[in-house]
Design a protein. Structure first.
Lengths: 632, 563
């Protein structure tokens, strides 16, 4: 074994630079690397077992396996790393091979032997694990269309570095921006650099981050706080989770820079308890930074002190709202409060508070390192930079992507996302989670940025994209999201508590075939009242999925209400199943399969279905050899 | 001089004079915005959304939570606002028990008022009111979640005004409800029974636990002798039911009405208060002489006693051993007013819900297990009973109380207002009892509507006394905090309800300014009485000669059992 690089506590700027030099040397000298994805999706697919198996096999083969960077590099050592999410979750578990840049997809434990024998020992690619579209093979990760069309700024390190190693982060330039902010910039310079970059909050609202920092910097208060909102609760969104899991130090660095800029001494990360891996990686990252002296008192002799704490959320969606979030950290009920005063004046513990989301903080360090001009060169003039999206639904490539602001939906869905999965046609995409709106094929060529979406009554939200095909019922989509907001309403204000309950009630009766004339109009009236009178953003945006589906798919609602039919064929209660008496041979296979005994008849005579008993499970249709059972 | 700033309300310029929110500015223009969750005594909550106003660009603001801005122009009654307000009311009604005719708060319900005011002529949603959730483990109050509109007024009152925190919100969204911790029975929580939550409740969701039927039953039973005592604070609040101004002493009318209702004997709790003053003064002077167990803390308020037992049990030894005036009087009545062949039934009319609990306490049961006070009804309950009996308070003639407890001093009457007990005791402690001396005593710092009053006073013997008077338990907590921090006090008076008994949990709800009017009413009565201090109450002196001599401890004092 080789000697370890000495890592001592950093007491000065020079110490950090020395450490960075040593780590960069170690990092670059380690050319051969196997990076196993340790994101939640791949872990669920068994990636940790793959990691252990690879490790064991490599050691059994007498290879020099190196799992940490602190060891002095030596010949023939092969780095084996666990990284954060690579993004291409659809094809997980993923294993990246360096220096070749190959990406192995859908790797199983059984494949480990071949990887060791072929790739590690002989340097050959295991082609059957490479990504393919039709006959075309894409060995290198960067060549895969899913990756090729993305620009990864925030997710740059995710999937490339060991998420549990501060040294690896430092090796590739980590904490350089913090160092610059601390020693080479005045707090005002930091704020103005962020303002110049026109960075806008990635949590949904798109509020200018520089302006927020400026307000907190100017606010009077003995104590000030930096709070990171990691309470990502939108169904189908996992951008923030991936950053926290894959590159936790970059987020910490952003918070620390914010601390320097506004004069805060403490930071809190509010993260969902349902993200155990993110919590663990963040705790580890904070512990490492404290141990190294990057967090604590008088950091690097600068006189600046900063500590970061983790507050775990108990799962309330509303706690993603600023004032509910700070209340929750304080140990109170997660209730939003009326504004003014704003969080920037009176936030956590009644002190001025910078509250940004994970992605925003993760963007900060690069703006400080590379400058506002660089950032402005990406994206659109009013929404510069990139945005991470979680791509889910009826789409070929589900996963985590990052594209410049202003990218069209068409490019995201058809070029990066690989188009629709299955035989359905593109119908709509829900953007911005339960607070967002459904966009249709008319919107496919609109540039995705804060202002364009706002104009059409939608919002980027935190970045969830749920793609829906022609088999999706839009009334059911509205019902689903209303069920979610209804469950997650905090209950404080009347319009949201009572109004969403009534909207859900109406939507439920419509999808069950009990809709009444006037229900659509009543939904519109309630939407208007709720969106204008609710107390917080959650309530105000709660009707959005309903409003947008009614405005884009009104005829679908009408068909449900007036004809008691679901055009997409999704609403179970509206399905009618019948046996065509001309085709039925009377074999009784269907009636034997029926779980509720709804089918009866005499052998060799046409059978019939009792619709009052039928639960529309469809097992009879699948059973019938003569295609005699049909659904309308 | 600073130029006055103006904002425009419905086109009319209105001066901004330091108002904290637009609601207060708008009220100056004679427009009363609808509200459920806005209370001047509580923190801003902003949840009912009824007080929304619209600016020129169509932006909406909740007037209760938005500070007024100079030059801002808002409208209070636009088509949009009317629609939203109606929708909100409709949503609330859809989730509310609508059996108004059988509700205790029929015609005194804000939801009902606003439904009428906004002309709600139908509810388009199925009624989902919780109709089986009545919580009645407390001796003092009853909670019916089917009538709760979740405005949170009770929660904030319990936390902010009373520092008790027995109730809070539980669950989320449409499942949200007002609950004790872990849904425990109220009787097992920190609840002290003060009833301020019931006072704050805009609907009939929290009400005093009614004992009306019990009282009617006793009155109608020929083998029962019914005796009633009426507390001082009742007389300045009851008249309002028939339009007599708040603060006007209607004691004579109440005594007459109670006789009309069928009570056999009618007495004034002020008589009991006079005994309390004598006993408490004696106790204080003894403690002062010995320098032990000071400060003496008053014991008249049963909600305070519960608060002390639950939150500061170590201070119980400082609490005076005097029973409350109601209980002192009750033991006297039980001794003297029994009639052969009849069962004695003693009713107390109180401004208070905590008295209902006090009357049940084991310390106040006779040897045979019978209660000294058999039923406690609140001012509100008496109002209901008078209505039921058809007695019009403003059309009957006043009458005095019955013999032999037919005198009361002014000192006893002012028990109903914060600082009153202190003043009454001081009148007894000082030697110079001339009119001018007593007048001076009313200016030492005990009077006034402030929640916390601290003042110093030197007696004729040159003894310096430091006195603290608190009303509202959050204020009491502050005072006790000072005490625990080592500040010296000789007398501490605590009344659980803000302003004292005049604003008790059993009184009709009023804002702080009316509380003052009720207090003033008691001081007016005091000034008009020839007997101003308790020692000069001849009937009380006669009672000492007759019954109390040597039995003071047995009949007038109490040692609360440790919980």
């Amino acid at each position: 074994m080789s000697a370890a690089i000495k890592t001592k506590a950093i007491k000065s700027r020079k110490d950090l630079q020395n450490l960075r030099e040593a780590m960069t040397k170690a990092y670059t000298s380690q050319t051969s690397k196997i990076i196993v994805c340790g994101g939640t999706g791949c872990v669920a697919g068994g990636s940790l077992k793959i990691y252990e198996n690879l490790k064991a096999q490599m050691e059994n083969n007498g290879l020099n396996v190196e799992v940490s960077l602190e060891k002095e590099p030596h010949d023939n050592s092969i780095g084996l790393k666990k990284s954060g999410c690579h993004g291409f979750c659809e094809m997980g578990p993923l294993v990246r091979i360096e220096p070749q840049g190959w990406l192995y997809t859908k790797v199983k434990v059984d494949d480990c032997n071949e990887i060791v024998e072929k790739t590690i020992k002989k340097g050959e690619c295991v082609d059957r694990l490479a990504y393919r579209i039709g006959d075309e093979i894409y060995r290198k990760q960067e060549e895969i269309p899913f990756y090729k069309q993305q620009i990864r700024v925030v997710l740059e390190h995710c999937g490339k570095i060991d998420a549990d190693s501060i040294n690896e982060y430092i090796a590739i330039g980590g904490y350089e921006a913090f160092e610059k902010a601390l020693f080479d910039m005045q707090p005002d310079d930091i704020v103005s650099e962020i303002s110049l970059s026109m960075l806008r909050g990635r949590g949904g609202g798109g509020f200018p981050t520089g302006k927020k920092w400026e307000q907190v910097r100017r606010a009077k208060g003995e104590r000030k706080y930096i709070v990171c909102n990691g309470d990502e609760g939108d169904p189908g969104a996992f951008m923030d989770r991936s950053i926290m899991e894959g590159d936790p130090h970059r987020m910490l660095e952003g918070m620390m820079i914010a601390g320097v800029a506004v004069g805060a001494q403490e930071g809190y990360i509010y993260v969902r308890a349902e993200y155990p891996l993110a919590v663990r990686r963040l705790m580890n990252a904070i512990a490492q930074a404290e141990e190294l002296g990057l967090l604590g008192d008088d950091i690097m002799g600068s006189g600046f002190s900063f500590r970061i704490y983790i507050a775990k959320g108990a799962g309330a969606f509303v706690c993603g709202e600023g004032s509910a979030l700070t209340a929750s950290i304080e140990g109170k009920r997660g209730f939003p409060r009326v504004k003014p005063p704003r969080t920037t004046e009176n936030g956590l513990f009644d002190s001025p508070t910078v509250l940004n989301n994970v992605e925003t903080f993760a963007t900060v360090s690069q703006i400080i390192s590379k400058g506002a001009k660089w950032y402005l060169s990406i994206g659109t003039p009013t929404s510069p930079g990139t945005k991470a999206f979680a791509l889910t639904g009826n789409i070929t490539n589900t996963g985590l992507i990052e594209v410049p602001m202003g990218t069209t939906l068409r490019k995201i869905i058809f070029d990066i996302g690989g188009g629709m999965r299955g035989d359905g046609e593109f119908k709509a995409v829900q953007i911005g989670g339960p607070s967002g709106a459904c966009l249709t094929k008319d919107h496919l060529d609109l540039p995705l940025d804060f202002d364009t979406l706002k104009k059409i009554g939608a919002m980027i939200g935190s970045g969830g994209l749920v793609v829906m095909d022609s088999h999706t019922c839009m009334v059911e989509v509205a019902r689903f999201f209303m069920h979610f907001t209804q469950n997650e309403s905090c209950g404080k204000c009347v319009p949201c508590r009572e109004g969403t309950k009534r909207m859900l009630e109406i939507l439920e009766r419509i999808v069950e075939g009990n809709g009444n004339e006037g229900d659509i109009e009543l939904l519109e009236e309630l939407s208007d009242t709720i969106s204008n009178t609710a107390l917080c953003g959650l309530g105000k945006s709660a009707p959005n999925p309903v409003v947008s589906t009614i405005s884009n798919f009104r005829e679908e609602y009408e068909t449900h209400v007036y004809e008691k039919k679901c055009p997409a064929g999704q609403c179970q209660k509206l399905k009618k199943i019948y046996i065509d008496p001309l085709t039925c041979k009377g074999c009784s296979a269907c009636s034997r399969k029926c779980p509720v005994g709804a089918i009866s008849g005499k052998i060799k005579e046409p059978f019939s279905i009792d619709l009052t008993k039928c639960i529309r499970c469809g097992s009879c249709i699948a059973t019938c050899k003569f295609n005699a059972i049909k659904e309308v | 001089m600073k130029n006055t700033e103006y904002m425009y309300v419905d086109g009319i310029p209105v001066a901004i004079n330091g108002e904290k929110n637009m609601l207060q500015v708008i009220r100056k223009t004679g427009v009363k915005l609808p509200t459920f969750c806005y209370h001047t005594d509580l923190s801003i909550y902003g949840a009912c959304r009824m007080c929304m106003v619209e600016d020129e660009r169509g932006n909406l603001y909740t007037a209760c939570s938005t500070p007024p801005r100079a030059g801002m122009s808002i409208k209070t009654n636009t088509a949009r606002l009317r629609k939203y307000r109606k929708n909100i009311l409709e949503l609330l009604l859809a989730n509310h028990c609508r059996d108004c005719t059988t509700c205790a708060n029929n015609k005194s319900c804000k939801l009902q008022d606003l439904a009428v005011r906004f002309n709600i002529d139908g509810v388009r949603f199925p009624n989902r009111a919780d109709d089986n959730k009545v919580t009645n483990s407390s001796a003092s109050i009853v909670f019916d979640s089917g009538k709760c509109i979740l405005c949170g007024d009770c929660v904030r009152t319990c936390h902010e005004v009373q520092n008790v925190g027995a109730i809070d919100f539980a669950f989320r969204g449409s499942k949200m409800l007002i609950s004790t911790a872990f849904g425990k029975p109220l009787s097992e929580t920190m609840c002290v029974g003060c009833g301020q939550c019931a006072v704050a409740c805009p609907t009939g969701a929290i009400t005093a636990r009614s004992e009306i039927q019990k009282v009617w039953d006793a009155i109608s039973n020929p083998s029962v002798k019914t005796v009633v005592q009426v507390a001082p604070a009742v007389r300045v609040a009851l008249g309002n039911m028939v339009g007599i101004p708040e603060g006007k002493d209607v004691s004579g009318l109440i005594f007459a009405a109670l006789r009309k209702m069928g009570f056999d004997e009618v007495f004034d709790t002020s008589f009991g208060a006079d005994i309390t003053v004598l006993e408490e003064s004696k106790e204080f002077l003894e403690r002062l002489k010995e320098g032990k167990r000071l400060p003496i803390i008053t014991s008249c308020c049963p909600a305070w006693i519960q608060y002390c037992e639950k939150k500061h049990p170590e201070l119980m030894e400082n609490v005076s051993t005097c029973r409350s005036p109601m209980e002192m009087f009750a033991s006297v009545i039980k001794e003297e007013r029994q009639e052969r062949g009849k069962k004695l039934f003693h009713v107390a009319v109180m401004p208070c819900t905590a008295k209902k609990f006090e009357a049940q306490r084991e310390e106040f049961l006779g040897k045979d297990g019978s209660r000294n006070v058999d039923a406690v009804i609140t001012t509100d309950e008496l109002t209901h009973m008078l209505k039921e009996a058809g007695i019009l308070l403003n059309e009957i003639d006043p009458e005095p109380v019955d013999h032999p407890y037919d005198n009361a001093s002014g000192a006893a009457v002012i028990f109903g207002v914060t600082g009153g007990v202190t003043e009454a005791v001081l009148r007894n402690v000082v030697k110079d009892k001339s009119r001018s001396a007593l007048m001076k005593l009313s200016n030492v710092g005990e009077r006034g509507n402030e929640g916390l009053k601290i003042f110093e006073l030197t007696t004729e013997d040159g003894v310096g006394l430091r006195i603290g008077v608190a009303s509202g338990l959050a204020n009491a907590e502050k005072l006790l905090g000072m005490l625990k921090n080592g500040e010296k006090f000789d007398i501490i008076e605590i009344m659980a309800c803000p302003g004292g008994c005049v604003a008790g949990g059993g009184q009709p709800f009023v804002h702080a300014d009316v509380r003052k009017t009720r207090g003033k009413g008691l001081y007016d009565t005091d000034r008009m009485l020839s007997i101003r201090h308790s020692e000069s109450n001849a009937s009380v002196q006669a009672l000492y000669d007759r019954l109390l001599k040597g039995r003071e401890h047995e009949l007038l004092h109490v040692h609360y059992k440790k919980k």
